[in-house]
Design a protein. Structure first.
Lengths: 59, 273
């Protein structure tokens, strides 16, 4: 069975994973900075909880 | 009635929809991570429902539900679902046993403290997050407005405390940092790690954004819980609502079908699929 050119193009599209667009401010700048900031905040909260657990921080 | 009395009702409704959505996926796909997420989200919803109820009336078992599920366990259970996607199954099984045993122990400690609850100080005028804990006042420190204080002997010393529902030094309060640390590591850490992996491979932008939103929602509730522990419980309800919205949008966004997603998820763990 022959496929039309349109079908072949659609199949090619579906075989490609969705890509992050190049040159995007959101993905090239904003997301990495956000990941770092949130990582630091997570470590801070974990240290706080550990401080409560070990008795350094009164509650 | 203030806005803080209404917020938990909205949070409860959102968490109910979120929980049903996740558990439906579990029943269709039979994947363990959906089950743990569903249980954790149900706990989150139970905590929100308890806040809604306690803004209207007192009930000690609703308070039990609020503290155990809302304050102690939910983040750990949701995060454990994420961990199912990120590490080997053998380690997951060991951690599952520890989580279940730890949760049962926390439940046991909560049951132990129930007869000692000081319900005489309860009022619907204040949020439950502002009146649940008994706090020692440092010398020179003033009690928050409208709060009752008393003097008592604690660990051999005379101390002035702000009265709360849970007695001073309740062992169950020491279990919450364990669950919160585990929840932060697995839920926030897992979402950030997944977002980073997709971002580094430059694939599935919906999952990058979705995981960032899930991490942001979980971090927000982490901060609000920390403030609550420090005596600033007035921010908890609004943080819960925003957190529920962020995590639900993040989950829906990350779960959107993408071209050839199957090929990618085989190599990269995802927080939501």
């Amino acid at each position: 069975m022959k496929h039309s050119t349109k079908d072949t193009k659609e199949r090619k599209h579906l075989n490609k994973p969705s890509r992050i667009p190049g040159g995007s401010f959101v993905f090239d700048k904003f997301i990495p900075i956000l990941l770092i900031i949130m990582g630091i905040m997570t470590v801070g909260l974990i240290l706080f909880a550990a401080g409560v657990l070990l008795g350094f921080i009164q509650f | 009635m203030t806005i803080n009395h209404i917020l938990p009702f909205i949070s409860t409704a959102i968490m109910l929809v979120f929980t049903v959505h996740v558990l439906q996926r579990f029943f269709v796909r039979r994947q363990a991570h959906f089950l743990f997420w569903g249980i954790g989200l149900a706990m989150f919803g139970a905590g929100s429902f308890a806040e809604a109820y306690l803004s209207l009336a007192w009930n000690e078992w609703v308070f039990f539900m609020w503290y155990l599920f809302g304050a102690a366990l939910n983040a750990a259970w949701i995060g454990h679902g994420t961990l199912n996607l990120l590490i080997r199954k053998r380690w997951v099984h060991i951690l599952t046993v520890l989580l279940v045993l730890g949760s049962l122990y926390a439940g046991y400690l909560m049951l132990q403290v129930m007869p000692a609850l000081d319900s005489s100080i309860f009022t619907t005028e204040r949020l439950i997050s502002e009146q649940y804990g008994t706090k020692v006042l440092e010398p020179g420190e003033a009690a928050p407005p409208g709060r009752e204080t008393t003097t008592m002997i604690y660990r051999g010393e005379q101390v002035t405390v702000v009265r709360g529902l849970l007695p001073l030094g309740s062992p169950v309060r020491l279990t919450t940092p364990f669950f919160n640390i585990y929840g932060l590591l697995t839920l926030v850490g897992g979402a950030l790690y997944s977002a980073f992996l997709f971002w580094r491979k430059r694939v599935l932008p919906n999952r990058v954004i979705g995981n960032v939103l899930i991490a942001a929602g979980a971090l927000l509730i982490g901060f609000a819980s920390t403030l609550t522990r420090l005596g600033y419980g007035q921010y908890l309800y609004v943080a819960e609502l925003v957190s529920a919205i962020l995590m639900y949008i993040g989950f829906r966004y990350a779960a959107r079908p993408q071209p050839s997603e199957g090929e990618v998820t085989q190599t990269i763990p995802a927080v939501a699929d």
